[in-house]
Write a protein that binds this ligand. Sequence first.
Ligand SMILES: C[S@@+](CC[C@H](N)C(=O)[O-])C[C@H]1O[C@@H](n2cnc3c(N)ncnc32)[C@H](O)[C@@H]1O
Length: 256
Amino acid sequence: MKKTRSVPPILVAILIQLAAYILLTLVQPIALKNLGYVIPLFWLMVVQGAIASGVIYLLKFPRWWVIIQFIAPPLLVLALVLSIPFWVLPVILVVMITVFWNVAVDRVPLYLTNEKTALELSKRLPKQAGLKVVDLGSGLGGTMRLLAKHRPDQQFFGFEGAMLPFLLSWILAKIGNGSNTHFRFKNFWRLDLSEFDVVYCFLSPIPMAELYAKAKREMKPGSLFISNSFTVPDVPPSRTVSVKDGRKTKLLIWEI
Ligand SMILES: C[S@@+](CC[C@H](N)C(=O)[O-])C[C@H]1O[C@@H](n2cnc3c(N)ncnc32)[C@H](O)[C@@H]1O
């Protein structure tokens, strides 16, 4: 299947804010001329946020994008008014980028598989020694560390594209002395899945069709593709496991 990745949402969000800013800059002299009134910067930014969030809402972005679009411009003004030290905003930005990089690029945020789901997953793994299991977008690595503890005779891999979660997973694996866990800082689209017997992922609805197509192309017959919560459009799973946790998680399992 051809890759169908669209424009990164962060770019769309920035362009909309920029367009709203330009629009308001053009409106400001008109307001001054006709009303004899300069709109205060804070209220200008509130209007900018309202326009930007309205546009992102019409583009059917998730609700949290709408909220971020609305609060970002007035927050920026507040930061200026409160004279927050100049380095604080860039530091926050860098931390956000290193944690949530894949929200911007692949529309996959960081949230974690809970322990009950990881234990259920561990029960579903084939018993064979030397089995290779991979978590695509391994976050903080907790799922693979837990499985590795239960199955010391098998090998567990995690590939993560956001720097900070990857570093944490790598350090925690070293501290935990897990010789059967292996974490790499790598975009999983660049991975050859043929060497893994089980592929696990907990991503979002967006990449599922493309990822399943990749799994079908590359994985060996008989191997397992398991998705936490998100299904593949038009391809029903071979089986579904319901987890008895608070969010009623479903593990969707496809036999390749
Ligand atoms: C919802 S979290 C799941 C974390 C972990 N798998 C778990 O279940 O606890 C998804 C993770 O996938 C990562 N991710 C998204 N797209 C990626 C890509 N193309 N390559 C590597 N990691 C990616 C995100 O940075 C995020 O940490």
